[in-house]
Design a protein around this ligand. Structure first.
Ligand code: NAP
Length: 264
C-alpha cells in the first residue's frame, strides 16, 4: 500500500508507539489525524510531523467517553473525504493483583482499551464500507494471547479485542476492509509509568521489561509494514515473543515457564 496523501487516524498519538507511528507516517507522506486527551503533547507531535512535510490535525478524543465519536468522524470525513487507515492504539495498563483490584478499575480498563477502541471502529466502519476500502488496526499485546500476574483486566481487554477484530475481519472481507491485530511484547515507552495501580493512581515507574524492550520507532516501522502487506497479525518484540508460540504449540512447556515468571 502506498500511504502518500492517505488519511491515517491514530489514537494514543501523544506518546510512545502512537507518536512514533505518526512520525513514520509523516515520513511517507500520509495525512495524519492525531488523537488522545492531551492537546499540548499532540501539538508537539504535530509540529514534528509538519517538519517532515506532512499534513496533520489534532483531534482531541477520550476513549472513556464515546458519545461524540460519530460526530467527530463525520467532521473528519467532511474535511478529508476518506479515512483509509484507522489505528486503535490508545490504551492503558495496570499493576495490581486480582484480589486487590476494585471492579471499578477493571471496568475503567475495559472502557478505555475495549469499548473506546471498538466504538471508534464502529464510527468509522460505515464510511469504509461506503468507500469499499480501508485498513483497521488494533494494538493488542502478547497478554492478549495469555495472562500474567498483575495484568488481569488489561489482559482481558486485549483478549476481547482479538474476538471482536477476528469477527470484524470475517464480516467485512467482501468490503475490502483489512483488519490487522498488532501483538507487541516489550516496547520502550511510558506505558509502565502510566499504568494504573489498585487505587487508580499512576505507577510512575519504568519496568525492567519496557526498559529492555524494542524502540517505539522500530515497532512503528513493523506496524506500517504489516498494514502495507495486509497482515492479519503482526508480532513485535524480542525473546518474550517465544511465549506466544509456546502457548500455542507446546502448552506444557509454556505452563512450566509462565509459573516461574515474575511480573513487576
Ligand atoms: N509499550 C509496551 O510494551 C506495549 C506492549 C504491548 C501493547 N502495548 C499497547 O500499545 C498501545 C500504546 O501504548 P504505549 O506503549 O505507546 O504507551 P503510552 O506511551 O503510555 O501511550 C498510551 C497512549 O494512550 C493514550 N490514552 C490513554 N488513555 C486514554 C484515554 N482515556 N483516551 C484517549 N487516549 C488515551 C495516551 O494519551 P493521553 O494520555 O494523551 O490521552 C497515550 O497517547 C497501548 O494500547 C498498549 O496497550 C504496549
Amino acid at each position: 500500500m502506498n500511504f502518500k496523501d492517505k488519511t491515517v487516524w491514530i489514537t494514543g498519538a501523544s506518546s510512545g508507539i502512537g507518536s512514533a507511528l505518526a512520525i513514520e507516517f509523516a515520513k511517507i507522506g500520509a495525512v495524519i489525524i492525531l488523537s488522545s486527551r492531551n492537546t499540548k503533547k499532540l501539538e508537539i507531535v504535530k509540529l514534528e510531523c509538519e517538519k517532515l512535510g506532512a499534513t496533520c490535525i489534532v483531534q482531541i478524543l477520550d476513549l472513556e467517553n464515546q458519545d461524540n465519536f460519530s460526530k467527530i468522524t463525520e467532521e473528519i470525513i467532511a474535511k478529508y473525504h476518506t479515512i483509509e487507515v484507522l489505528i486503535n492504539n490508545g490504551g492503558i495498563t495496570q499493576r495490581s493483583l486480582v484480589k486487590e483490584t476494585p471492579l471499578e478499575i477493571d471496568r475503567k480498563i475495559m472502557e478505555i482499551n475495549f469499548f473506546g477502541n471498538i466504538a471508534l471502529t464502529k464510527a468509522v466502519l460505515p464510511f469504509m464500507i461506503k468507500q469499499q476500502s480501508g485498513s483497521i488496526v488494533t494494538i493488542s499485546s502478547v497478554v492478549g494471547k495469555f495472562g500474567v500476574p498483575k495484568r488481569s483486566a488489561y489482559s482481558a481487554s486485549k483478549h476481547a479485542l482479538h474476538g471482536f477484530y477476528e469477527t470484524l475481519r470475517a464480516e467485512h472481507k467482501a468490503d475490502n476492509i483489512n483488519v490487522t491485530i498488532v501483538i507487541p511484547g516489550y516496547v520502550k515507552t511510558n506505558i509502565s509509568y502510566n499504568a494504573m495501580l489498585k487505587d487508580g493512581s499512576k505507577n510512575n515507574k519504568l519496568d525492567d521489561g519496557q526498559a529492555g524492550g524494542v524502540s517505539a520507532e522500530y515497532c512503528a516501522k513493523k506496524i506500517i509494514k504489516g498494514i502495507s502487506n495486509n497482515k492479519k497479525e503482526v508480532l513485535i518484540g524480542g525473546k518474550e515473543l517465544i511465549m506466544v508460540h509456546l502457548r500455542r504449540f507446546l502448552p506444557f512447556i509454556y505452563y512450566r515457564i509462565i509459573d516461574k515468571v515474575k511480573t513487576t
